[in-house]
Design a protein around this ligand. Structure first.
Ligand SMILES: NC(=O)c1ccc[n+]([C@@H]2O[C@H](COP(=O)([O-])OP(=O)(O)OC[C@H]3O[C@@H](n4cnc5c(N)ncnc54)[C@H](OP(=O)(O)O)[C@@H]3O)[C@@H](O)[C@H]2O)c1
Length: 200
């Protein structure tokens, strides 16, 4: 179902917060575990629609918890050749106030402070393609606060949690959020929302 139909996919480049979430809006549990996601058939990702999404992406943005999770999950400092399986050769901007390990050979750039200040370098690195905000939710919120988030693309897993890392801890209401597309992907509900700047 395409309830928007304004073809905004043609507008490039866009900044997209693309993530899996529980039905009640958590990206991870309190221990940063994704076991609720990996338990679902297809939950490990990497399917055709993800590859299509990735082909339009020029650069990625993520917070330090997300980066450290990927490092630990895949032991990337010891085994850096797995990084391209995740993100290819795309530049990845990691927001952190700390000094974090670099994945050998990967184009990981550590940044800190305002997303507005980092924005020109991110756009430049994306080379005219879309920007993927991988997470977490507050970092996506920082882009939304700055009017730099264009799309929220969520795949909702058949799972709920008592608590965890929030999907998007901001108050965004219609018409700032507009439902553009609804799709079933196996056990997941994929929802696409366009995100609009606050008025005034
Ligand atoms: N379900 C999914 O598909 C999915 C997708 C993405 C993430 N996740 C998971 O969700 C969880 C998200 O964790 P999280 O909520 O803690 O978010 P996060 O964005 O990954 O990490 C937050 C941290 O990033 C740093 N940071 C954020 N903004 C910054 C800024 N402007 N300047 C400098 N540093 C900044 C801060 O840490 P420091 O300054 O201390 O470094 C902050 O505590 C993780 O477990 C991740 O693995 C799941």
């Amino acid at each position: 179902m395409d309830v928007g139909g304004r073809g905004y996919r043609e507008v490039m480049p866009r900044t997209i917060f693309y993530t899996a979430t529980t039905l009640n809006g958590f990206l991870a549990d309190d221990a940063d575990s994704l076991s609720w996601l990996f338990a679902v058939p297809g939950g490990e990702g990497g399917d055709d629609s993800f590859q299509r999404f990735l082909s339009d992406i020029g650069a990625l943005v993520q917070g330090s918890t997300t980066y450290e999770w990927v490092l630990a999950h895949e032991k990337l400092v010891e085994d850096p050749e797995k990084w391209p399986e995740y993100y290819g050769a795309r530049p990845t901007f990691v927001f952190t106030s700390r000094t974090l390990p670099q994945v050998p050979g990967a184009d990981v750039r550590f940044v800190s402070g305002s997303v507005v200040d980092a924005w020109p370098a991110i756009v430049d690195a994306a080379g005219g393609k879309d920007i993927w905000v991988v997470g977490g939710g507050d970092l996506a919120g920082q882009f939304a606060d700055a009017g730099l988030l264009d799309e929220l693309l969520v795949t909702i897993a058949p799972a709920t949690l008592e608590s965890g890392r929030p999907l998007l801890p901001r108050r965004l209401e219609w018409p700032r959020l507009k439902l553009e597309k609804v799709r079933q992907v196996g056990q997941f509900a994929e929802l696409t929302y366009s995100v609009h700047p606050a008025e005034g």
